[in-house]
Design a protein around this ligand. Structure first.
Ligand SMILES: [Zn+2]
Ligand SMILES: [Zn+2]
Length: 340
């Protein structure tokens, strides 16, 4: 939606300011407030016909020619770098209709996010020292990730045959067979699934919980100066995928908890009921850096600062650790041989 994001004082550009939670003029720094209300509408029941509602307003869409992902902007501020892959290979394309049900606005600014990243790096003891001195790398973009919050109930029926082995007093192996046939029920609340391939659902969960009670009604003003990702899969595809993954997770959990040393046969079926959903924009920072000609990326939760990502590992740090352990073990063995 291209609305007026011009400052009333100086006609400079207004952007959403994380620290004040208002709009700030990038030219004269004057603040302008706008209406913010909690998203109280709750989740909607998922049916075969459910789709994401489209608004009547138009947003500018950018397509990345490197990774193929699409991003949207609420203002005329050009998107210079793709928030997904960091390349600047973008073209401005058609205008699209779009509206999430709710949004969790950014709570921490870019500098605070970077501080969280450096603290996180320090906890990675095998990361090369030169990486920790990367300096204030500014290649960090904040954007809104489209995601679904789901609530649902599952009922899982599982049956099969388990085997336990034991040894008799005279050392012979014996087996007992047990057939099982049970049902278990689970309740899921606020399971978050990514609606964009920019970040996997697993990665979002590594970023810690986003608070559902902090979701506000979406307003275009939140997007001033920021960018939003576009959904890659429809609500129907996303929910089908979610069901498939949850079914696998439950089956693995059921199997792991069976009190048998071997499973001879195993049958597990999960049924879903009362699936409720909400389409929400989540605040995420994505950062990029190069180390020894390889690209690395990391993510920061824009609400609580939690970081997720991989770091390169220093060969020498691991080498010296192993060497140290070997030396200590050798010394202990030597002393043991002397005194015994
Ligand atoms: Zn101004
Ligand atoms: Zn890209």
């Amino acid at each position: 939606m291209i609305t007026s994001n011009k400052c009333a004082n100086c006609s400079g550009e207004l952007v959403y300011d994380v620290d004040s939670g208002e709009l700030i003029c990038t030219h004269c720094s004057s603040l302008k407030d706008f209406e913010k209300e909690s998203e109280k509408a709750g989740k909607k029941l998922l049916t075969q016909d459910s789709t994401i509602e489209q608004s009547k307003t138009k947003y500018t869409q950018y397509s990345c020619q490197t990774c193929g992902r699409k991003h949207i902007s609420a203002t005329d501020t050009p998107l210079l770098r793709c928030p997904s892959c960091g390349d600047n290979n973008l073209i401005k394309t058609v205008k699209i209709d779009f509206t999430p049900d709710g949004i969790i606005p950014f709570k921490i600014n870019k500098n605070t996010a970077l501080e969280h990243f450096y603290i996180w790096l320090k906890t990675h003891h095998f990361a090369p020292n030169s990486l920790k001195k990367l300096g204030k790398s500014k290649v960090l973009d904040g954007f809104y990730l489209p995601a679904y919050f789901y609530d649902f109930d599952t009922s899982t029926h599982y049956s099969g045959v388990g085997i336990n082995t034991y040894r008799t007093p005279n050392g012979q192996m014996r087996y007992t067979r047990h057939s099982f046939d049970k049902t278990r029920k689970d309740k899921y609340v606020n399971r978050i699934e990514s609606a964009s391939s920019t970040i996997s659902s697993v990665k979002i969960r590594q970023l810690g919980n986003y608070s559902e009670d902090k979701i506000l009604v979406y307003r275009t003003e939140f997007l001033y100066g920021w960018f939003g990702g576009q959904v890659d899969a429809s609500l129907q595809e996303n929910s089908q995928n979610m069901k498939r993954i949850v079914t696998q997770e439950i089956a693995l959990d059921v199997r792991a908890k069976l009190p048998y040393s071997n499973i001879e046969s195993f049958n597990c079926q999960t049924k879903f009921s009362d699936i409720m959903y909400k389409y929400v924009y989540l605040p995420v920072y994505k950062g990029f850096y190069k180390y020894k000609n390889r690209d690395y990326s990391y993510y920061i939760n824009g609400e609580n600062g939690k970081v997720a990502g991989k770091t390169p590992k220093s060969f020498w740090k691991i080498f010296f650790l192993v060497l140290g352990i070997t030396a200590v073990a050798g010394a202990i063995a030597y002393l043991y041989s002397i005194y015994h």
